[in-house]
Design a protein around this ligand. Structure first.
Ligand code: NAP
Length: 375
């Protein structure tokens, strides 16, 4: 592969010879494209999706510790609807490139980058500082697609520390959904709840996190209980993924009690709380004695104090999580490679259709993931 150094100016043949004798880490690499600019979506001013703007940016060398990736596909997560409108956690600068999930091929690396090289196919975790070990809120300083630029671009600039190589067996569509939805479900099931064969896992809704929760729970041999607003969506998940028990939460507002009945009075010993405060009472109703409830969804706090039914009597464990570390992502990628799991893709949009893709997500008619293909 043709390589061009990012050390001062263009290379002459003689210069290339000298640099060729230096260690690769000292000179950086690039794929040798003559490209001067790239297109990127920015969140734009605070407001509806159509305040997002497609801009041309100059292609400059990646800063220290960073790489550039030619994006093949990116995934939209629930929070991206808030980020792109400018009201997730804090205001964004209008130039922020959104989306936390994606996959692509490394086209340039800064001098000193050692974890990947030009030509590697990679994805990135949300929090490049969270390599392994316990969570710390300081990780939010670098949150891809939120506090630093993300994947809704032709060329993404990413920290080398967040990158994970993607094996050829994992297709672009699947890889574009891993760092948000799949990694969250992985941490919830395999690290927090330690899912095993015969467990009963309750997953709320049919969105991105829940669809991966179902796929990963089934891979462990668990029985899966699913709630949704739509009988059609529930039927599809029964047929496609062998979901065992389904309850329509619109038709059955006391669905927690219904889940208990349908599980022989026991309830679910693992709950993926993919909605948050608004559904917590019903989730606790559906939980078994000694259940683990993993708090994932960031839904709004209710005005009324929650009743938390049987929280103490059942000795329930509750744990909130934030996505996952790079070490967890490496495990997840190995598992997907080994088992051959694929993401459930609701719909694909072209790069130029990003606003339409977010509007589609907003309708909540999707089952699984909405992704954007760059080519
Ligand atoms: N903590 C973390 O690390 C983390 C990571 C990723 C996402 N999240 C959060 O997790 C939530 C889900 O994210 P996502 O990307 O999966 O979003 P999504 O793809 O938009 O899915 C949301 C789904 O939630 C379901 N839902 C809404 N209200 C419900 C209710 N009352 N009961 C049951 N299901 C309900 C709907 O399913 P139906 O259409 O089937 O009714 C909807 O499709 C968001 O709040 C997001 O911010 C947190």
């Amino acid at each position: 592969m043709k390589r061009r150094s990012f050390v001062k100016g263009s290379l002459t043949a003689a210069g290339a010879g000298v640099l060729g004798q230096l260690p690769r880490e000292a000179v950086g690499q690039s794929a040798g494209s003559d490209r001067q600019t790239y297109r990127a979506w920015e969140v734009g001013p605070k407001g509806p999706f159509n305040t997002m703007r497609l801009v041309d940016r100059p292609l400059t060398p990646p800063p220290g510790g960073h790489v550039q990736v030619k994006v093949a596909a990116s995934g939209i997560a629930g929070r991206d609807r808030a980020i792109t409108r400018g009201w997730f956690l804090q205001d964004k600068k209008p130039e922020r490139i959104p989306l936390s999930e994606g996959v692509g091929v490394v086209t340039a690396v800064a001098p000193g980058v050692s974890r990947v090289e030009v030509g590697d196919r990679v994805t990135s975790i949300h929090f490049p500082r969270w390599v392994s070990g316990d969570w710390t809120p300081a990780n939010y300083v670098a949150d891809v697609g939120n506090t630093v630029d993300g994947w809704l671009t032709e060329i993404a600039t990413l920290s080398q520390y967040g990158l994970v190589k993607v094996p050829a067996s994992v297709d672009d569509a699947t890889a574009a959904t891993l760092s948000g939805s799949a990694l969250t479900a992985w941490q919830a099931l395999y690290h927090v709840a330690k899912v095993k064969s015969g467990d009963t896992v309750l997953s709320l809704g049919t969105g991105g996190v829940s669809s991966w929760g179902i796929i990963l729970a089934k891979a462990a041999g668990a029985r899966v209980v699913l709630t949704s607003s739509s009988d059609e969506k529930l039927e599809m998940m029964r047929e496609k993924y062998g979901v065992d028990i389904t309850v329509n939460y619109r038709k059955t507002p006391e669905w927690g009690q219904r889940v208990t009945e349908l599980t022989g009075g026991k309830g679910a010993n693992i709950v993926l709380e993919n909605v948050g405060w608004p559904t917590l009472d019903q989730s606790l109703q559906a939980a078994s004695v000694n259940a683990t409830v993993v708090m994932i969804g960031t839904g709004p706090r209710p005005k009324k104090i929650l009743s938390m039914p049987d929280f103490y009597i059942k000795n329930v464990t509750m744990k909130a999580i934030s996505n996952g570390s790079r070490a967890m992502m490496e495990e997840l990628v190995r598992a997907i490679d080994a088992v051959g799991m694929k993401a459930l893709i609701a719909r694909e949009f072209a790069f130029e259709e990003a606003v339409a893709a977010l509007e589609f997500m907003d309708q909540s008619s999707h089952v699984g993931k909405v992704i954007i293909r760059n080519s």
